[in-house]
Write a protein that binds this ligand. Structure first.
Ligand SMILES: [Zn+2]
Length: 397
């Protein structure tokens, strides 16, 4: 059996063949169409010239008629050949699908399905959220309708705004992002976020670096906004004032060039996405993408062990709720904080029932702690340590 890399290489080489074919068909089509258009234009010009020479006589001579007929024939042949080449391309594209089928496993039926029917609507919701994140409203709405999801307009709006802002930042337009940051000023400063300052900094630098006649004056006026950020960003503001010295030669040719670089824009975009997700209470990465990446990495080992178990005629020992029989390294990107579940009440902790650390170091939920309290002391359920209930420390997860 070939390795995954060999499979990818096989498919890539098929893909390359088709790309080359696309290019040659494209070039040929362009040339043929250009020729056809050129001949038509020549004839048109000739006829017009004749019409202007002999006023009122718009009849064609026999020679001209024959030229027009020949030209029509040629154009028809060209269009026939272009369309047959186009048809031929379809066949080549479908070969890619066959190459993928041939080189990769497509039958995963031995692997037990871990998604019950009752979870389908949850899955649809996650897919829908993914499309909303990408700003692909049409697809999301079609899915909402077809799967009868209950997703209100209100739930959709923040995603759409977020997408619009990210697109704005990609096009180096700061207006939507600044409006959003100013509207969320209070909550962003409470979270110690520097996004608002960073957006204003970029706007200031753009103003200063603009070729407008009043750019220096505009930048001086704009700099007043930094007053409210001075407690946290004094050093950054000093640096910005230094930028005035380099206005003549352009910030991009100064020691502060990095502040206006493409990387700075990308960082701004990433920071915005992160902070906006935090504000909305959503994960920064699309949960669907995370699950798909984890799934594709896990499927191979899972297929392998399933086949081994089938060969040995062992019943599969895992179902939707059991742990995977193999450990799969998903990489650093997929490391998340686990959710703390109270070992006594077997419930996930929440804001209303947070985890509490006892003096011995063991952790239980607040509700469990209250249940363990006998009116005077709390006895740890894991070790014999006794303590005052007031000594338990709240943990933040
Ligand atoms: Zn203990």
């Amino acid at each position: 059996m070939q390795s995954d890399q060999e499979s990818c290489e096989q498919v890539a080489s098929e893909l390359q063949k088709i790309l080359t074919k696309f290019e040659s068909v494209n070039n040929h089509t362009q040339e043929s169409l250009k020729d056809a258009i050129h001949s038509l234009e020549n004839i048109q010009q000739e006829i017009q010239q004749k019409a202007s020479q002999v006023f009122g006589d718009d009849r064609l001579t026999d020679v001209q008629k024959s030229i027009v007929r020949d030209c029509m024939k040629k154009v028809q042949e060209t269009s026939k050949s272009v369309s047959s080449q186009h048809k031929d391309l379809h066949g080549s594209v479908s070969k890619i699908g066959k190459a993928i089928d041939k080189n990769f496993v497509s039958d995963f039926s031995p692997v037990p399905k871990c998604l019950g029917e009752d979870k389908i609507s949850l899955l649809n919701e996650v897919i829908c959220e993914h499309f909303l994140r990408q700003g692909r409203l049409n697809i999301a709405e079609a899915l909402i309708e077809e799967s009868k999801l209950e997703l209100t307009e209100k739930a959709k709006l923040p995603f759409l705004e977020m997408h619009e802002i990210v697109e704005g930042l990609k096009a180096q337009n700061l207006v939507p992002a600044l409006t959003w940051a100013e509207r969320n000023h209070e909550i962003l400063s409470k979270q110690n976020s520097s996004i608002e300052f960073n957006l204003h900094r970029m706007n200031f630098l753009m103003l200063l670096n603009s070729k407008s006649e009043h750019s220096r004056w505009d930048a001086v006026q704009y700099a007043k906004i930094f007053q409210i950020f001075s407690p946290r960003h004094a050093k950054d503001i000093q640096q910005l004032m230094g930028c005035f010295l380099f206005q003549d030669r352009g910030i991009e040719h100064s020691p502060y060039a990095h502040l206006l670089s493409l990387t700075a824009w990308q960082e701004l975009e990433e920071q915005f996405a992160k902070d906006a997700c935090m504000l909305l209470g959503h994960a920064m990465e699309s949960p669907l993408m995370i699950a798909i990446n984890a799934g594709t990495k896990t499927l191979g080992p899972l297929m392998h062990i399933t086949n081994v178990m089938l060969q040995k005629q062992l019943p599969p020992e895992w179902g939707p709720k059991a742990e995977l029989p193999v450990s799969v390294d998903l990489g650093q990107d997929s490391l998340f904080h686990s959710v703390f579940a109270c070992p006594i009440l077997r419930q996930h902790v929440a804001e209303s029932n947070p985890p509490m650390k006892l003096t011995c170091g063991h952790v239980v939920s607040k509700d469990a702690l209250n249940q363990l309290f006998n009116g005077q002391k709390v006895k740890c359920p894991y070790c014999p340590a006794e303590q005052n209930i007031t000594n338990a420390l709240r943990l933040h997860v």
